[in-house]
Write a protein that binds this ligand. Structure first.
Ligand code: KG4
Ligand code: ZN
Length: 342
């Protein structure tokens, strides 16, 4: 079986074709970063309009890349939520219209299930059960995963998501949207020990996160240094970026260790945009190794939003005969643990 995946939940148009036996046949990602950069964040209306422009041409290109026609497809998977409602509606409408026209099923996919299953596209596939840390621009979640759709939420952010904290702190440091990866690059020049950021909510039991205080801590550092230096030096920028990233990584790692111990599991999966962060990967490799386990993550282009993860998750649900009713709604808010277990 072969499925087309369509991702339009935020600011990336992602299209892919996944074949059950051969894996990813072709995939393309179009990023809207340039559209939103001037505004310092995603403008939902502009995101929707750009998905309208880009989705069909990208589907044509991916079919060409794979040397296929619609007749080679057995289904169309589209991100039905969570995400920006206008952006989701574009993928939902296009996905279901194509499926209707091609007379094949349309499969609604949960965006975070897509992220969670993205490591399954790699050679080294994690076996169930495992603990998953989902860290994106909109979500920070720890989930116990016993199988596809068997998701138990262990903890989540009570305020900003990890990616959001990266982006907001990057903005304070004068970096363009989305600043997460640029801040990470800047941190490479930073010196350890110049600043000590807190590790929020690690001094009490539980697996929830809070990241909004780190952004405030960074703002206070920047204000103090600007008063002292006049114009803050490049080195100070890098030192603050280093200390901020170290605090986020440490906090995530402490909670991951706690979650693994609580679930008595040794396998950890990380996915979502922030899982591309190399310091986070290194730190989680260290802690899982100490526990006699291992960390699994997707290749960098499948960490951030992409069509391949939607095609993969859609394939699993298509094989399980999920409801492919054409009246399925775009669902901007959609808790992961309400998904049907396969
Ligand atoms: O999963 P994703 O593409 O979109 C959402 O579903 O939100 O994640 C995007 C987020 C952004 O906040 C971005 O700054 C962050 O992931 N990100 C990173 C890195 N690469 C992407 N944050 C830290 N380090 C990175 N290398
Ligand atoms: Zn995402």
């Amino acid at each position: 079986m072969r499925i087309l995946g369509i991702e339009t939940s935020c600011d990336e148009t992602g299209i892919a074709i996944y074949d059950e036996s051969q894996g990813i046949m072709a995939h393309r990602i179009y990023s809207q970063i340039a559209v939103h950069a001037d505004y310092g964040g995603v403008v939902p209306e502009l995101a929707s309009r750009d998905h309208v422009r880009k989705t069909l041409p990208l589907i044509k290109e991916v079919l060409n890349d794979a040397n296929m026609t619609p007749k080679d497809l057995d289904g169309v998977a589209y991100t039905a939520g969570p995400g920006l409602v206008g952006a989701l509606l574009v993928g939902c409408s296009i996905g279901r219209s194509l499926a209707y026209g091609w007379n094949i099923p349309a499969v609604p996919v949960h965006h975070m299930e897509g992220h969670l299953l993205a490591p399954m596209l790699e050679d080294d596939v994690p076996e169930f059960p495992f603990v998953a840390l989902l860290v994106s621009g909109g979500h920070t979640m720890l989930v116990r995963v016993d199988g596809i759709g068997h998701y138990q939420l262990l903890g989540e952010s009570v305020d900003d998501a990890a990616g959001e904290a990266f982006d907001k702190t990057a903005k304070l440091l004068g970096l363009d949207y989305p600043g997460g990866p640029v801040l990470a690059k800047m941190a490479e020049q930073g010196q350890k020990g110049k600043y000590k950021f807190p590790r929020p909510m690690t001094d009490r039991p539980g697996l929830d996160f809070s990241f909004s205080g780190l952004k405030t801590f960074a703002a206070n550092c920047i204000r103090k240094e600007t008063e002292l230096q006049g114009v803050m030096s490049e080195q100070t920028h890098a030192d603050i970026a280093y200390a901020f990233q170290e605090a986020v990584v440490d906090t995530l790692a402490i909670k991951c260790r706690r979650a693994l111990q609580q679930c008595e599991l040794k396998r950890l999966v990380i996915a979502g945009g922030v899982s591309a962060n190399s310091e986070l990967r290194a730190k989680l490799a260290q802690i899982t190794e100490k526990l006699g386990g291992k960390v699994y993550y997707p290749r960098p282009e499948f960490c951030t939003d992409n069509g391949a993860m939607i095609a993969y998750a859609g394939m699993q649900r298509l094989k399980a005969n999920v409801d492919t009713d054409l009246t399925f709604k775009a669902t901007p808010r959609w808790p992961l643990d309400t998904l049907a277990a396969l």
